[in-house]
Design a protein around this ligand. Structure first.
Ligand code: NAP
Length: 434
């Protein structure tokens, strides 16, 4: 029997558990530990609430959890309730699947002003993450600047721009829907430090911007390279750039839509200014060097805005005692191995890139490593060791069966047309299982 502890119940955690089940069959006992009482990490609190088809992947994780050899242990914070060193005493392998829940820092003067928010906080707020339920973003802003040209920037812009009706069928939490209904937003500006050929937005997600009820994407023709240059792009990127170009063609037909979503390319924010709260961004015009990196041209201009949301990527928080690469914001590892017996997967291993599906081969690879490193005849106590330690510390754990009761309560209190109304307070989640 091999005893495996996986820290984090998002896609990387569940795909690793699934791969362990497949590899070791009945000869493995996997505990998936999460600091929240509810599972699925990014699927629940990262994936946009109007992307329900992506969220449906959680059904596959439920299947993984249906056997006796995979257990969900919720409401346990590694580093607080139990240390990694203690887990290593109990389990043959400890796999860190903690994702990248912290924002990469926007390191410019004024980034601490009120009204400057990181995407982790904003996404967490509209998705009902307990850490961000009280964010109260200033939605009286008429002009919003979104820094970054990735898919998270797209999610944020779309959520800000949608009408109440466009949220039908989504599981956006009530407090966010109420706030967005009152929003004064008229203009959303994406600030990309490079050009249309360097965006990190994928075609399907970018295409959605062209079909919003009250918002129209706006691009400037002079930002684009010659159309013949698109032929050199890989197919996905070419499709994305096609969408950008089509926004220009569709602009005249969309003029009646009151919210403008402007793409400002070659634009690098260098300072945020305001009295007590953000009032404007100082932006430097950029150009690309021969390696396609952005460099400042010295030309400065201003953008009036009352809300800045930086969507420039994420970091994995360090855990005491685990080697960490500060520059890259992830655990120090070699293809997922931190040291024999201690591994990382998903964003905690490779940084915040790739799709949910990218975590599947990641999980399979880490299980192969565990097979290489750990012999079958373990003398470690596994879950019994964890259970008695947590009991001695008075830690109240949440099982998968408890989660199903919480989920039932969330479904029962959903507003009409919505799949669920999430609990956003940990105490309410725990109370709902009783
Ligand atoms: P991302 O794809 O890495 O995009 C980050 C963006 O921020 C890039 O445009 C980057 O520009 C820019 N940036 C980075 N540092 C900057 C700085 N200091 N100043 C200005 N701009 C800066 O990250 P993400 O949007 O957070 O997404 C993370 C991952 O999740 C991605 O793999 C994404 O595809 C995925 N995701 C997928 C979906 C979906 O499929 N529906 C939804 C959300 C997220 P440079 O290119 O110049 O570095």
């Amino acid at each position: 029997m091999r005893h495996i502890a996986i820290i984090g119940s998002g896609p990387a955690g569940y795909y690793s558990a699934e791969a362990a089940q497949k590899k070791f069959g009945e000869n493995v006992a996997v505990d998936i530990i999460d600091r929240l009482p509810v599972p699925f990490g990014l699927i629940r609190t990262g994936v946009a609430p109007d992307h329900q088809s992506i969220k449906a992947v959680s059904r596959r994780y439920e299947k993984t959890n249906s056997g006796d050899n995979v257990r969900f242990v919720g409401n346990v914070t590694v580093g607080v309730d139990v240390s990694v060193a203690e887990l290593q005493e109990f389990y043959d392998a400890v796999v860190l699947a903690t994702g990248a829940p912290d924002d990469r820092l926007l390191d410019i003067p004024g980034s601490d002003l009120a009204g400057v928010i990181g995407s982790a906080a904003f996404v967490g707020w509209y998705n009902g993450h307990p850490d961000f339920r009280d964010l109260d973003p200033p939605l009286d802003a008429r002009s919003v600047a979104i820094i970054g040209n990735g898919n998270v920037a797209l999610d944020v812009a779309r959520i800000l721009a949608k009408t109440e009706g466009e949220f039908a069928g989504s599981d956006i939490v009530g407090h966010a829907l109420d706030g967005l209904k009152q929003s004064a937003v008229e203009r959303i500006t994406f600030l990309g430090r490079r050009g249309p050929h360097q965006i990190a937005m994928t075609p399907k997600e970018l295409g959605e911007l062209g079909h919003l009820e009250r918002a129209r994407p706006v691009v400037e023709a002079e930002d684009f390279p010659d159309i013949g240059d698109d032929a050199m792009l890989e197919p996905g990127m070419r499709k994305s750039v096609n969408h950008l170009r089509s926004f220009q063609i569709a602009a005249a037909d969309a003029e009646h839509k009151p919210i403008e979503i402007a793409f400002d390319f070659f634009a690098m924010p260098i300072e945020i200014q305001g009295e007590g709260r953000v009032e404007k961004l100082i932006i430097e015009r950029t150009e690309l060097d021969k390696d396609l990196r952005s460099i400042g041209t010295g030309e400065l201009y201003e953008l009036d805005c009352q809300l800045v949301i930086s969507c420039i990527g994420y970091r994995t928080p360090p855990i005491e005692g685990v080697p960490y690469e500060h520059g890259r914001g992830r655990f120090a590892n070699s293809d997922g191995r931190i040291l024999p017996g201690l591994y990382c997967v998903g964003w905690a291993r490779r940084g915040p890139s790739g799709t949910i599906g990218t975590n599947k081969p990641d999980g399979a690879a880490v299980v192969e490593m565990i097979d290489e490193d750990i012999s079958e005849s373990s003398r470690k106590p596994g879950r019994a060791g964890l259970d008695s330690l947590l009991a001695s510390r008075g830690v109240e754990t949440v099982t998968f069966r408890d989660w199903k009761k919480i989920e039932e309560a969330e479904v029962a209190r959903a507003r009409e047309g919505s799949p669920r109304e999430k609990f956003t307070d940990i105490a309410d989640m725990i109370a709902a299982r009783d």
